[in-house]
Ligand binder design. Sequence first.
Ligand SMILES: NC(=O)c1ccc[n+]([C@@H]2O[C@H](COP(=O)([O-])OP(=O)(O)OC[C@H]3O[C@@H](n4cnc5c(N)ncnc54)[C@H](OP(=O)(O)O)[C@@H]3O)[C@@H](O)[C@H]2O)c1
Length: 255
Amino acid sequence: MKIAIVTGASSGIGKLLATGLEAPAAFDELWVIARGEEKLKALQSEVKVPVRAIPLDLTKAESVETVKALLAEEKPAVSVLINASGYGVFERFDRIPEKDVSGMTDLNCRALALMMYAVLPYCEKGSVIVNIASVAAFQPVPFGAEYAATKAYVLALSRAVNKEMKPRGIRVLAVCPYWTKTAFFDRANGNSVITHFDCMYDPAFIARKAFRAMKKRKDYVVPGFVAKATHALTKLLPHSFVMKVFIAQQKLKNK
Ligand SMILES: NC(=O)c1ccc[n+]([C@@H]2O[C@H](COP(=O)([O-])OP(=O)(O)OC[C@H]3O[C@@H](n4cnc5c(N)ncnc54)[C@H](OP(=O)(O)O)[C@@H]3O)[C@@H](O)[C@H]2O)c1
């Protein structure tokens, strides 16, 4: 049996990747992971293959053990793993709740790495791992300091593991979206000090670009013109200047 696994499949980018995955990939069963069980079960009406809803809080250390146990029991070939579970809190670092200081690294970094590590023994030639990073991965982001650092980790890990896995014929793709209109903001904006969004992408656009990059065998993709321009500027300009501009744009000096 061939399976695809999508974390963060209950909402936003992960949901669109889970429901659209049958076009670019071939698999017999879709395993979907997030905390919201009902939303995961509801995905069955949107895809043709059987859906296995696996409700897990991936910030908990034992959650990936549950996935490992299921894999050991079923022994499937994992054709695709998409790591889309993630969240961000945008506030001055010393004002972030402590649970989020650990929560962001636990979910965005630790769980993502452990999910890759758990599925790799079940991957075969042609298997693809897609990790959702962010354009925030390309430079330090004041008032999104830890979130950006977690995404820099995701990008660096993904690109290096992609190289390591070449002899096995397994690819790892990092997707680096700009601001995208999803529930991410419902969660982030509770205490967020970020108020200026010069561009907001549609998650369906991000999903389309991710599927295209999967086919094109890229190791990372930055979807959209504004995102690409921002990425280019972070390569050309000193990061100290980029951070200054970001702080000014967000009018953060007064906060
Ligand atoms: N939106 C943006 O502007 C943007 C930009 C760049 C990158 N990204 C990244 O894109 C990815 C998807 O985010 P999104 O924008 O689609 O936001 P979203 O709609 O809030 O989706 C986040 C997903 O992560 C899951 N999740 C959250 N906490 C979890 C936990 N503790 N355990 C397991 N799953 C958890 C959520 O499901 P439950 O709540 O049901 O657990 C949900 O399915 C994230 O990695 C995010 O960092 C987003």
